[in-house]
Design a protein around this ligand. Structure first.
Ligand SMILES: O=C(O)CCC(=O)C(=O)O
Length: 233
């Protein structure tokens, strides 16, 4: 992709940015006109979705090639690593609507695809990361509610990187009440890496909603730097 990411038009007191990138949908950023040129400078390569005092979010697609990603996805899908967690909601204990798993990066029994993915993400980001959280969205009915990562568990200043394998799912990113009004819907394609700075977790929530149209399984690998990186973190 080349050229500007956004087409800007006036909307009420702000500007509506219609994204030119096919995987980024309808966002509304009430920014002053001076920010327009900044947003239109982005060229080929990583897409900078946010970069200001409230944090930085960057999406890079195709960080692993299709064949390799498909192999990692198939191996992880078939492996006996997945757990069904239960949560109490509305005074009832319910299944969490996805399967999860977790590994410390230095675990001796780290499954091979995770070792390979960790190496790739470390190289790409320059971040060491000591924790890998996994989510398996079995189909369109699985989801994760809007949330921010628990900052108390994370080393301050270290980003979170999400590597996607399998089906494309849409992520919603929304400002919290006090933060500048921003909404982004980002399609996380197989092989894409979304990097959110630590600060974004103070100002934005993110989530993967259920969807009405059919979706195959998607696995996300969440690389984090935790204060304590035990297997159970
Ligand atoms: O599946 C994703 O990409 C998001 C995962 C997520 O939000 C989390 O693990 O906290």
């Amino acid at each position: 992709m080349s050229g500007a990411l956004w087409h800007a038009e006036k909307c009420g007191s702000g500007l509506r940015f219609a994204p030119k990138h096919p995987h980024i949908q309808g966002r509304y950023l009430p920014l002053p006109p001076s920010d327009v040129s900044q947003l239109s400078l982005f060229k080929q390569g990583p897409l900078v979705l946010l970069d200001d005092a409230s944090g930085r979010i960057v999406l890079e697609e195709n960080v692993i090639d299709d064949a390799e990603g498909a192999e990692w996805h198939a191996l992880l899908l078939d492996s006996p690593i997945w757990h069904q967690q239960r949560r109490v909601m509305y005074e009832r204990e319910l299944d969490v609507p996805r399967l999860t798993s977790h590994f410390a990066a230095d675990q001796p029994d780290l499954p091979w695809p995770l070792e390979a993915a960790l190496g790739r993400v470390r190289l790409r980001t320059g971040e060491h990361f000591n924790s890998i959280g996994l989510n398996l969205y079995r189909d369109q009915h699985d989801s994760v509610a809007m949330h921010n990562d628990r900052l108390g568990d994370l080393v301050e200043g270290r980003p979170i990187a999400l590597l996607s394998l399998g089906a494309t799912r849409r992520m919603h990113i929304r400002n919290k009440k006090h933060a500048p009004a921003r909404r982004m819907d980002v399609d996380l394609t197989a092989g894409s890496l979304l990097i959110m700075s630590w600060e974004t977790q103070l100002h934005y929530d993110h989530g993967i909603p259920k969807q009405t149209h059919a979706a195959g399984p998607r696995i996300s690998l969440a690389f984090r730097t935790r204060k304590s990186h035990s297997v159970h973190a």
